[in-house]
Design a protein around this ligand. Structure first.
Ligand SMILES: *Cc1c(COP(=O)(O)O)cnc(C)c1O
Length: 363
């Protein structure tokens, strides 16, 4: 029902993010319809709304095209993570970053403790070590850049090695977004998103997604994920998906602005007397800083901003900051004095002045 150009559509991502997922027919609604129904009249393709909803399809068409594959929307990023990890057979080996999004780290630790999987933890920046760990593994989980240490993996090298060894590869692309990194093109089998973050972009929904390659193997994987979604009921509310699609329309503008401001702020922070270390991979809109004076100083600095919103989460239009170790489940590899900055779309000098005064207040 929706217009769905092939992933190799020649239109630029900045155009596709605006145009895709709309019905292309005379009289069709330009705004995607928000469809609220639990069931459908007999005789058509759609039967029951735990298996199909046109608002989901519109969003999935747009996201799938941006990543170059087939998307499925889930109730949250963690629901998409759970669906992806369900692909690991009982007792299978999972290669995973020693520090990554804490929900992923926690769920892997819980499954390991329950004897369901074996986890090999690796430094994702050490390509040789990651490749060595792949032997005999079922799945490799990658996050690049990692949350919140911003470590970058050599995706083409690791994903190529995984494919050669028949190891299923998953990349959490939440931080990069498909505008800055397309893991399927680098050889990933599966991409996971917390749609809660940049894709929806307005801090008003919790949603997730998976994207699989447009190949026979990719389609088979999509079927397994779809079955998981239907049978575990890990489905998204249509209103949330409608909001995410509305937010997605401006993804290109938001990421472009936030990334440009992040580069400016990272450079200025490197010279700040209250900052011991700045982490920024040179791209993307997340910057992590280690504050002189330890955890307490970092916590007070995070509390002292007026423009930056002191809150967990990231990827919204508003700049957000948080000392990550205030979350009890955060991996201990994350320094206690680390503040993660999610740069939004406000005026960069307002952001700088606010951050500067907050950091100076704890010197
Ligand atoms: C937030 C986040 C998740 C989890 O997504 P939810 O939508 O909160 O369930 C997974 N991966 C990364 C990198 C995240 O930042």
């Amino acid at each position: 029902m929706t217009d769905s150009p092939a992933p190799q559509d020649p239109l630029a991502p900045a155009t596709r993010v605006v145009a895709l997922g709309r019905e292309d027919a005379p009289g069709a609604q330009v705004g995607a319809p928000l469809v609220l129904t639990s069931t459908y009249r007999a005789g058509g393709d759609a039967v029951y709304a735990r298996t199909a909803n046109p608002t989901w399809t519109a969003f999935e068409t747009a996201l799938g095209s941006l990543e170059g594959g087939d998307a499925l929307v889930f109730a949250s990023g963690m629901a998409a993570v759970a669906a992806s990890l369900s692909l690991v057979p009982h007792g299978g080996v999972v290669v995973a970053p020693d520090s990554a999004y804490n929900g992923v780290v926690s769920t892997l630790a819980a499954r390991e403790a329950a004897g369901e999987v074996e986890v090999r933890r690796v430094d994702v920046t050490d390509t040789g070590a990651v490749v060595t760990a792949l032997d005999g593994a079922s799945l490799v989980w990658l996050e690049s850049p990692t949350n919140p240490l911003l470590e970058v993996a050599d995706l083409p090298a690791v994903l190529g090695a995984a494919r050669e060894r028949g190891v299923l590869s998953v990349v959490d692309n939440t931080f990069a977004t498909p505008l800055l990194q397309r893991p399927l093109e680098d050889g990933a089998d599966l991409v996971v998103h917390s749609v809660t973050k940049y894709l929806s972009g307005h801090s008003d929904v919790v949603l997730g997604a998976t994207v699989t390659a447009p190949t026979d193997a990719g389609r088979a994987l999509r079927e397994r994920l779809l079955t998981h979604r239907v049978l575990h009921g890990a489905i998204a509310g249509p209103l949330e998906v409608w909001l995410a699609l509305r937010g997605l329309r401006t993804l290109h503008l938001r990421v472009e602005r936030a990334q440009a401001s992040a580069a400016v702020l990272a450079e200025r922070l490197r010279a700040h007397p209250a900052v011991e270390r700045v982490r920024h991979p040179g791209w993307g809109a997340i910057v992590s800083v280690e504050v002189a004076g330890g955890a307490d100083a970092a916590e007070r600095a995070a509390d002292a901003t007026r423009v930056w919103v002191h809150s967990t989460s990231l990827g919204g239009v508003e700049s957000q900051l948080e000392r990550r170790r205030r979350i009890p489940t955060e991996p201990l590899a994350v320094p206690e004095n680390l503040i993660r900055l999610s740069v939004g779309i406000e005026d960069v000098d307002d952001l700088w002045r606010d951050l500067d005064q907050a950091l100076r207040s704890v010197l």
